[in-house]
Design a protein around this ligand. Sequence first.
Ligand code: DX5
Ligand code: ZN
Length: 214
Amino acid sequence: MIKVSPSIISSKLENLGNEISACDEAGVFSYHLDVMDGHFVPNLTMGPELVRAIRRSTKKPLEAHLMIERPDRYYKNFIDAGSDVLLVHQECVVDFRKLISDIRTEGAGFGIVVNPDTPFSKAEKFLEDSDILLIMTVHPGFSGQKFIEYVVPKIEEARKYIDDHGLETKIEVDGGVTDVTGKRIIEAGADIIVSGSYIFTGNIGERIRTLQGL
Ligand code: DX5
Ligand code: ZN
């Protein structure tokens, strides 16, 4: 069964508890929480308080996708709010060695994220220390965007590198994932798929089961 992580920002937030119950019932792997600061990306979304509310609504792992300029300043707020894994962009200007060690000291997992135009080589040196490599297939900032096809070879490249080096890092893909693009991603070697608008604009349970069966 393919591991699916629903992107909560695409859900009907006025009905969040029920949306999460539907996802839990469908057996999702984790929840993907998109944190945007209006600087690193041109949009604003959730902060730690919403993460805390989601933490109270499910026992599944929560991954916070930090699209913020200063993850070094805020990582602890998101861990304290109940995030299990923090996903940090390679494009951020921070001391990654220190940040990874600080996140691990707090007991959370770490994932490195690459934008569509960032080559895989930029993520290579982080892989040994990363639980997850998150490959973006849209430019971060908004849900409901079109899947960017030219990223697919990067997924294949990452799959080969991780297998050749015997690494444990899981490949996760985020952006424009549907039943159609999801199939391409799985064939290219993804372990976990994030999906937002596809899941939450239809029957949640059915859509999740479709993705799980790809
Ligand atoms: C984009 C976010 C994605 C997005 C997913 O900035 O990181 O997680 O919300 O939503 P869809 O699946 O609609 O592209
Ligand atoms: Zn995301």
